[in-house]
Unconditional design. Structure first.
Ligand SMILES: [Zn+2]
Length: 63
């Protein structure tokens, strides 16, 4: 199996993958240190973005 792409990992974290694909990504992440590392990076990046008030979800409110 090839490595997960970034979009799939992001969608996986958001729970937005269809069940069959989610299972494939989860299985791969359990077996692949490289992709697990990428996922950790995304999580860390998001935690940091949340900390400074950025959002990856949709347009930023202008209020
Ligand atoms: Zn991989």
């Amino acid at each position: 199996m090839s490595h997960c792409n970034l979009v799939d990992i992001v969608d996986y974290l958001d729970g937005e993958l269809p069940p069959n694909k989610e299972k494939a990504v989860r299985t791969h992440l359990e077996e692949c240190e490289e992709c697990d590392f990428v996922m950790s990076d995304i999580k860390a990046l998001r935690a940091f973005a949340a900390l400074i008030g950025l959002s990856f979800e949709g347009p930023i409110n202008s209020t």
